[in-house]
Design a protein around this ligand. Structure first.
Ligand SMILES: [Mn+2]
Length: 370
């Protein structure tokens, strides 16, 4: 056996519940969060492929016009477009890489409300709810969790599935650079390579293939760079007009948040942006460095995410959003920003199990020793 096996009791319990739920379900709908990123998309495609191979009618759904660079993945062709969901019937809904129902595309929410649900997630703000949950806030990506579960289920992988999981893991771990990269992340990656993942080609597709409109958005973002608080805070901005004039979408600005992060001594990086068809709201991507908790800032505005990467939507135009967020950033830097009282907004379905316990740090072993 190449790798030792350590599946914790918590893993075993949640995997067993998930397995039993899957065995009862034939028609399965899978969705990630709004504006799916590489992790969301790769995880749902991999799940749909493996569940289909296991005899289910499993489908991922997403806004097929906003897939961005991970849209090259094989399996994208099988995604059900959001607008075609209405007439379909399912018996199980799987949330993947999505912390709460309000982060789902609106077209998907009715399914999440009506159907039994399985949650597979790594967001720190994710809660166990619905029929079964596999939540591991220390995982680099939802893709890493999907891989572990797939190995436990003894599902066979093929190259297309392995590439979907590879994209999920490398995009969310910053190509194995972020703190969330752990031994289990690399074990998953090492296993995926066995299926013929085309690493250099995928790297070029994801990171070295910017179209002119994406370059133009980047240029505008660079010009907007605003640095304050002795370089601790850096911001970039893309307005509704920027997206309109360039004819670009959020997917074309996926890595713009890396611009403020590059400033020496940066502790808090912010990307303010507006989606053309969503008036009266401003979205904010947040990246922090130690010791700042990005979720504290996001939660202040009803958002969520991870310790160092989070996001939220602020009601109001750009000027209002900036004023409010900057005020909260000052509080965060002064250690005065406190977690909000229980957010009453998110309807949580009947909790059936204990919240997932924090797993041991190094338990990312491959269960089957494949
Ligand atoms: Mn993720």
């Amino acid at each position: 056996m190449l790798f030792p096996t350590h599946i914790t009791m918590e893993d075993h319990t949640s995997y067993t519940a998930a397995k039993e739920l899957l065995e009862k379900s034939k028609r399965i709908l899978i969705s990630g969060h709004l504006s799916p990123d590489g992790d969301s998309l790769g995880s749902m495609i991999a799940l749909a492929r493996m569940l289909t191979a296991a005899g289910h009618d499993a489908f991922a759904t997403a806004d097929v016009h906003a897939l961005g660079k991970p849209g090259f993945l094989e399996g994208v062709a099988d995604i059900i477009p959001l607008r075609r969901l209405k007439k379909r019937k399912f018996d199980l809904f799987i949330y993947v890489d999505c912390a709460a129902p309000n982060r789902l595309p609106p077209e998907v929410r009715p399914f999440a409300e009506k159907l039994p649900t399985l949650t597979i997630d790594h967001h720190a703000t994710s809660v166990s709810a619905g029929a079964a949950s596999i939540i591991d806030p220390e995982a680099s990506s939802a893709g890493e969790i999907v891989w572990r579960f797939a190995k436990w289920m003894e599902w066979p992988l093929d190259r297309a599935t392995a590439e979907a999981l590879w994209v999920a893991i490398i995009t969310d771990s910053g190509r194995f650079a972020y703190d969330s990269t752990r031994t289990g992340t690399l074990r998953a990656a090492a296993d995926l390579l066995k299926y013929g993942v085309r690493t250099a080609q995928i790297n070029d597709t994801l990171y070295c293939s910017f179209k002119p409109k994406a370059m133009e958005l980047k240029r505008r973002a660079w010009r907007s760079l605003h640095i304050w608080k002795n370089r601790k805070v850096a911001e970039v901005t893309l307005t509704r007009d920027d997206f309109r004039e360039v004819r670009g979408s959020k997917a074309d600005a996926e890595d713009v948040i890396e611009i403020p992060r590059q400033v020496a001594r940066n502790e808090i990086a912010l990307f303010f942006y507006q989606i053309p068809d969503r008036t009266h709201e401003t979205r904010v991507s947040i990246r922090t460095r130690e010791p700042h908790d990005a979720t504290l800032l996001a939660k202040r505005f009803g958002g969520g995410g991870h310790l160092r990467a989070a996001g939220c939507t602020v009601k109001g135009g750009m000027a209002v959003a900036k004023r409010q967020v900057r005020k909260a950033v000052r509080e965060l830097l002064e250690g005065k920003l406190k977690p909000p009282e229980e957010p009453a907004k998110e309807p949580v379905k009947e909790p059936t199990k204990e919240p997932a316990k924090e797993p041991a740090k190094d338990k990312g072993a491959e269960p089957n020793g494949a």
